[in-house]
Design a protein around this ligand. Structure first.
Ligand code: F6R
Length: 592
């Protein structure tokens, strides 16, 4: 999704902005651009493609300036192209602006401006807003800031914009609504960016802007956390970080020795959570899959009905929400527009929002009444991996805590699950210790055109997640299904060319899943199984097998997803795909 970087101060601004744009590349984008002011001259350079292509295009040009704004664009209005890239220039050539978000009523404003004689070089909503600002400034003889304020009153939609005026090289004007912006404060200099990653190497002081009165807060992030640390891709680094990120997530919360779980967000609202007549879980994509696992856990352990909703559908189908309804919102970025707007409307109707979020201080975290961070650290690879296991770890602790408070779990079962959860980091490490088998499976099937992923119970959402990971970073069509549902349709696809991945660890459905595997083998399908270490049955009927250590079925998703992440990673890299930035995808989906 679009990324924004700005710098104003006493240093060379362009190199800082360029480096920042590279740090934001993980969000996904299709074109890029910068604007600087030199001796009253406003210069804009922009290009379709990667940041490095822009960098090459400006080699030899005089880029000296102490003010610069830059942008990575993810197309919404108009195809990816040089002319649609940001920043845009106003008709009078004096203002340059870039924008993240969508102006929903741009068409009407464009018509009004066209009637007044304005022309447009791009297809973007951004250029419309910019000329609207120019028009107000010219007609009202107002300052740029005033003109912007007036313009924004008319705007429907979400935005974060940076605006500069060639006559005022001392000022960057920023405005945001529903789209993220971090403002870093240095000594006589300011840094602006869509997230903290372009800023942390210069300052850790950032402006908290969720209140009317701005205040300074400290960033809890290290530069090393957003660099690759010797791995070929961020995705691989993030998969291998999981023993540590899960450990960090459990640390200080899962007090193994005392058999206690401490989570302030849950403790402080335990009544609201355990007395809920139902719980709604709202999320998108991988986070939605974590929600499905939570549904199984909360219903089994807490005996509270749970509904898991795609945020985009939930918001617009006018859902029935009562005051006091509990909504668990799950999001890595905390900025997903579909989730955010769904929560805003539920909050207005009086729902209690509990956020399970990775990005500290993000919009969803701020909107929630209470919550628990996943503490997975910055996730840069577009495909979510460590954030997913972080979400599962938080949701498992929540379910156990609520069950204990409600008295719906026996002491033995509680204690067993606490012990099992505590063993996860070590067991994930065991899976990661040898990836050679998974690499060879990936090599064998990298030419397949379709995959089917099947699982039951707690492993059903993991089948969905495995299929999503494969689609995202290998461009191979994959579908996830409940294993038993396969015979109601997808079985028609099975022939000797179809790889079928079974998530078939030892659980209450194991025997039934074994029967499903036989049904696939009888039709000559290629079976790849995720199985429990020590299983002697599945190796006799599968073409390939990936083992995970034995663990209780409630906790099993935390392990069974790991080989599937790796399988997708290796297939993607064997196919030569940029797995950190697969085509068309954005890390942080900040448009509805
Ligand atoms: C999948 C993926 C997406 C996100 C989805 C929600 O690998 O990354 O499906 O899970 O866009 O994003 P968050 O969790 O940031 O709300």
């Amino acid at each position: 999704m679009c990324g924004i970087v700005g710098y104003i101060g006493h240093r060379e601004a362009y190199p800082i902005v360029l480096k920042g744009l590279k740090r934001l590349e993980y969000r996904g984008y299709d074109s890029t651009g910068v604007a600087i002011i030199q001796d009253g001259d406003l210069q804009v350079h922009k290009k379709k493609g990667k940041v490095v292509e822009l960098e090459e295009a400006v080699v030899g040009k005089n880029m000296h300036s102490t003010i610069c704004i830059g942008h990575t664009r993810w197309a919404t209005h108009g195809e990816p192209s040089d002319r649609n890239a940001h920043p845009h220039l106003s008709n009078n050539g004096r203002l340059a602006m870039l924008h993240n978000g969508i102006i929903e009523n741009y068409a009407q404003i464009k018509q009004e401006l066209t009637n007044k004689g304005y022309t447009f070089k791009s297809d973007t909503d951004t250029e419309v807003l910019l000329n609207f600002i120019q028009d107000i400034q010219d007609n009202n003889k107002s300052t740029l800031e005033e003109a912007l304020r007036i313009a924004l009153k008319r705007i429907v939609g979400a935005y974060c914009i940076l605006l500069i005026d060639q006559d005022d090289p001392e000022t960057i004007i920023a405005a945001r609504k529903g789209s993220p912006l971090v403002i870093g404060i240095g000594k006589g200099e300011h840094f602006l960016a869509s997230d903290a990653s372009p800023i942390i190497e210069y300052t850790k002081e950032v402006l908290g802007n969720e209140k009317q009165t701005p205040f300074i807060q400290k960033l809890d992030m290290e530069l090393a956390a957003i660099e690759k640390g010797g791995y070929e891709h961020f995705m691989l680094k993030e998969i291998f970080e999981q023993p540590d990120t899960i450990f960090d997530c459990l640390r200080g919360r899962l007090l193994h020795e005392q058999q206690q779980i401490v989570m302030a967000g849950v403790d402080n609202h335990i009544e609201a959570l355990t007395k809920a007549s139902r719980i709604l879980i709202v999320a998108c994509g991988t986070s939605w899959h974590a929600g499905l696992v939570a549904e199984y856990m909360i219903e089994e352990l807490c005996r509270i009905p749970v509904e898991v909703e795609y945020a985009s559908e939930f918001r617009y189908r006018n859902p029935v929400i009562h005051a006091g309804d509990v909504i668990i919102a799950i999001s890595q970025s905390g900025e997903t527009a579909d989730t955010l707007v769904a929560l805003e409307s539920a909050k207005e109707k009086g729902a209690f929002i509990f956020g399970v979020v990775n990005a500290v201080g993000s919009s969803i975290a701020r909107l929630s009444h209470a919550g628990a961070y996943t503490h997975a650290g910055p996730e840069i690879g577009v495909a979510s991996t460590k954030a997913f296991t972080g979400q599962l770890a938080v949701l498992t602790m929540m379910a156990l805590k609520m069950a204990k408070a409600k008295g719906s779990i026996s002491d033995e079962r509680y204690s067993h699950l606490v012990n099992e959860l505590a063993s996860v980091p070590k067991k994930v490490k065991e899976i990661l210790a040898d990836t050679s088998k998974i690499e060879s499976i990936a090599q064998q099937y990298k030419g397949a055109s379709d995959f089917l992923y099947l699982g039951r119970g707690y492993n059903f959402p993991i089948a969905l997640e495995g299929a999503l990971k494969l689609k995202e970073i290998t461009y191979i069509h994959a579908e996830g299904y409940p294993a038993a549902e396969m015979k109601h349709g997808p079985i028609a696809l099975v022939d000797e060319n179809l790889p079928v991945v079974f998530v078939a660890t030892k659980d209450m459905y194991y025997d039934k899943v074994v029967s499903n595997i036989q049904e696939i083998k009888a039709r000559k399908g290629q079976v790849i199984a995720v199985a429990t270490l020590g299983d002697t049955v599945l190796p006799t009927m599968s073409d390939n097998i990936m083992f995970v250590p034995d663990i209780d079925e409630v906790i099993a998703p935390l392990l069974s997803v790991i080989p599937l992440q790796l399988l997708s990673y290796y297939v993607g890299t064997y196919k030569g795909i940029d797995v950190d930035k697969p085509r068309n995808l954005a890390k942080s989906v900040t448009v509805e």
